[in-house]
Design a binder for this molecule. Sequence first.
Ligand SMILES: [Zn+2]
Length: 343
Amino acid sequence: MNRNVTFCFLYFLGLAAVVLVTGCLSAGAEVAGTDITGKTDVCKWQDGKQAVFLLEFDDSLVSHIDHAIPELIKRDLIGTFYINPGQKKYKSQQLEWRTEVKAAGMVLANHTYTHIGALSVDAWDRELALCNEEIARCCPNLPMPRLISYAKPGGLPSDHWLLSDEEMAASLKKHNLIERPRFWGPPFEGNSVEELYAVIDQAVISGEMGHIDFHGVGGDWHVVPMDLFTAVLDKLVERRSELWITDPISWHQYATERETARVNVVKANERGIQLRLTCNADPTLYDLPLTLITRVPDTWSACTVSQGKTTCEVAVIDGTLQYTAVPTGAIIHLTPVSEKTRP
Ligand SMILES: [Zn+2]
């Protein structure tokens, strides 16, 4: 390796280390002159967390409502439930799925209506549409159209999958479904508590997304015993300050928006800062707020952050302000709160 190549290698290694340590990617905001007031970074993950973790549950099982959700609620954790509303087991607890699950802050996702596969274009389309309709019925206050996570039903023979990959993908796109990462979880993979802990630790180390997927929890089939399940939840609580524990669509939206996020400084001085945050993703489907960190004047101790109709007050820490904003291009106003006007 010659000297120039070595220098470049070390330079990029150093740059990578900075990104890893700060967890933020510069959005390239520039301010006129030499003042860095207004310089803004987009955090790699929401709230400046180091990595992301997802908990997913397949087949809308009785044990999800009876065992998994109460344990999630106890720890203020979120889970994503891939439902089959056309199956008897779902219908036996339809009222709970339609009321309690959403009220508990859980997320519903599409696992097809009856878990039967794709037997024809029309039947496949119906499987996806009916499941989406039930999810919309369970979550009437969420805006439509919106992205919904999709998990392909497993354990079916090949003669239940008669469509081409292109035909399947076209239907997913038509119904705003985003395929989740491949199933990973007990009893197929990671059956010991050490293996499951390692997945959580590895997510933090990598700075990326990790996930564990379940079927039965303390009952039903492919069962995870309750002590193993609660050990995983307790480990997540222990690492909560480092992990953004969320659902697959929020993770997908954040990563997609951040990929092309740009911050332009419209104005930056002692009296206030105005920024414009944009990205290339379709704003009707990609509307999740991104977390930004902006350099503000040293004299500021707190300021109001407003964008459109949203306003909040945020404390300044070490000359920087961390807050959220949507990448719609609507102007973000950062205005110092003087000590006199503070309550
Ligand atoms: Zn399934």
